[in-house]
Design a protein around this ligand. Sequence first.
Ligand code: HEM
Length: 506
Amino acid sequence: MVVLAMLSVLGLLSVAAVLGLLLLLLGRRRRGPKAASGPPGPTPWPVLGSLHLLGSHDNPFQAFTALSAQYGDIFSITLGSAPCVVVNTFELIKEVLVTKGSHFGGRPDFIRFHMLFGGDRNNSLALCDWSDLQKTRRAISRAYCSPRFASAHFYNLDTVGSCEVAAFADVLRRRAAPGQPLDVKPLLNVACFNLFTQYMCSKRFAYDDPDCLSVVRTFDEIFWEINQGYAVDFMPWLLPAYAGHMRKLSSWAQYIRGFIMANIVTEHENTLEMYGDPRDFTDALLMHLKEDSSMEWQHIIFELEDFLGGHSAVSNLVMLTLIAVVRNPRVGERIQREVDAATACGSRHVTLFDRASMPYTEAAILETLRSASSPIVPHVATVDSTIGGYEVKKGTVVFINNYQLNTGESYWSKPAEFMPERFLSADGHVSKPKYFIPFSTGKRTCIGQRLVQGFSFLLVASILQSYDVSVPEGTVIHTPTACVAVPPDTYSLVFTPRKNRESSGL
Ligand code: HEM
């Protein structure tokens, strides 16, 4: 599962505000000297550290940018009692993620992360510390999650993608009444789940299957949850106040595990042919388990769960792209012109091979990623090291301020505007500046990015091929900043069949 875990100001503030006020009454805020060779930064308060400084902004990254104007491109900050460093420029970010990637391969030890992965966050691909096991797990998934263009896996991906967008188009045709809002997110969740389960487990589910609807809803809840932050992440002594919340996380995770075992793994195990080619990713994992004595059963189950959970990231991204189209109708029109040209005026469904001739559509998805600015999971120093010449001690949490990379005026012209064109070169090809790293970079870079790009392209292109998308009149759209998720219950959209498409049968 993709994990984009970050701090949400809202979560932190309720507790931070109360404690902050108390401390304000008890003592004065000082800007004191830091350890001789560590980065400069605000002097922490007792208990809270500097959590209170994150409060006056929409998201913690805006606070980081404001603090960097005061303390420099790299600064230290204590959150609760956790020593942290924030890096704010591309050069420093590259130093952390690439040049010194092996020094900063750990992850923060948030209790929530343990709760979601059977009591041990090292079961999770995204939340574990770097290890040989992680190297193996990444290696097993590479062929499936990053299929090379025109390889057998790529063709399989295309076949799965084409079948599912056809099935999704059929569901939309039946459920989207002209002029009526449709709660489309649950359907998108099922479409994306099917893309993943069909590709990775050779299994798909009906759009009205109550068990499937329930499990994708749970995945979506977890995806939203993991994008939030809580005071308890940095002040673990608050745990008793969060006992109910932690129980909920743990029960969600158990429910999903049970579903995957019952509906996917058991069936695969019973029909596994050890000496043939793996039928899919699930087979490849099970075969690896039998051949590699260092792999344990739970590693396989959690890896599969992690990857299947990636479907929520794709459906949230598609939802955000559709919302961007609603806000910027000219973007939708241009995607429609492109898809019409690629599919002979809509006479066939979109395929992955159309991506090459639809750069604007890809650019619109990239622009959605830029403006959503999904946070990079914090890294942790696993050895004493340096960044930008400053000493950074083992155990320090390193925040990558990619919000600044995605929205800073020194990187983009008119960053607040939604302009897919910024990702097109003069000759109309997709072109990404090197500092645009929505999937991060270095040894912990996102494993699912090719799947994200392929599947989100198919869904966005095929929806706009057949429909104009809007919201009911009077709807005011608000999407969170520095977050690639929308809440599980979100806007309903209106799908109006395009006039010249009504007879195409798609
Ligand atoms: C909107 C879609 C997505 C975005 C923006 C995204 C972004 C990211 C980012 C920023 C990281 C952290 C990298 C780092 O710490 O340096 C990450 C890690 C990861 N992502 Fe994604 N991701 C997305 C979807 C997916 C999907 C669909 C999958 C699975 C199929 C996936 C699998 C992973 C895994 C396994 C990791 C952990 C890698 C590691 O720590 O070694 N992601 N992703």
